[in-house]
Ligand binder design. Sequence first.
Ligand SMILES: NC(=O)c1ccc[n+]([C@@H]2O[C@H](COP(=O)([O-])OP(=O)(O)OC[C@H]3O[C@@H](n4cnc5c(N)ncnc54)[C@H](OP(=O)(O)O)[C@@H]3O)[C@@H](O)[C@H]2O)c1
Length: 280
Amino acid sequence: MTKAASAVRTNLISSSSSWIWIPAPTTVRKSASIALQNLNMPVYCITGTNRGIGLEFVRQLAQSADNTIIAAVRSLSSDLSDLQAAVSPSTHILECDTSKVSSIHSFAKAAARILRDGKKIDFLINNAGVNITSHQSSLSLGPDELHTQISINVIGPAKVVEFLLDAGLLSKDVRVLNLTSGLGSMQRSSEIKPRKCAGYSISKAGLNMLTVHQSEDLKAQLPGAVVISMDPGWVKTRLGGEGAMLEASESVGNMLGVLHRLKPEDNGSFLHHSGDKIPW
Ligand SMILES: NC(=O)c1ccc[n+]([C@@H]2O[C@H](COP(=O)([O-])OP(=O)(O)OC[C@H]3O[C@@H](n4cnc5c(N)ncnc54)[C@H](OP(=O)(O)O)[C@@H]3O)[C@@H](O)[C@H]2O)c1
């Protein structure tokens, strides 16, 4: 790919401190579609897209008509009005409740029907996640709540990758982004006093270990695959709260920049949305 085509494909500009995703101007998009005719138009698959960070991923990616987007939601019966307002004609909204193995299985089958023209997923963003017990400490963990968080934050992303791989839907150079948290870092958590969100923190540490395993296991089957854990920062969403530091647009713009620049040697990394490495 030429440098120009690469820049157009990823719609990236450099700011002083980071890379920011911007929608390509219409004129550039038009010429890009000619220049990219022989290239695969990228396919993105994102879980948990009806609100928060997942919705913002769809909103930014839908700016380019070149992107095919599989936008997964926990339930098609939920209020999806914000998502419907953000989508492009090449966005497909599918149900995927990542707390249920059967739902993830059905999701993979539905995705296969959409991608039956031989297209494969180039970017898989395991975004769906919950923090349901921020008040519980390690001395008051509720087993049911911890199980729910591990089910959605760890088992869900594991099964999404497994079933999409089994269905033959992951491209040979697939980039898998597991949305984790700085609270999933042993080192970062050990520096926070008092400690925060024990159950969530434990589940995100589990997700980080999943990344370590997936990065090797997936590469054994798809040699170009890159799997990373990424911390989106503290973002203003229902989960992050109003007092958070970042707008979703800034966090997601940064994450897309990092995602599009991933190299084979980044496989198995834990990265901040700025692109900096985070200690495990
Ligand atoms: N915001 C932050 O500051 C922050 C910081 C670090 C990491 N993160 C991570 O970033 C990701 C997105 O968080 P967010 O801030 O956007 O949270 P959010 O606003 O609470 O949104 C969470 C999303 O996950 C979906 N979800 C929850 N349970 C699901 C399930 N069982 N199946 C499918 N989807 C499910 C929700 O769908 P419903 O509306 O249908 O429940 C919603 O779309 C999470 O993995 C989170 O841990 C966020």
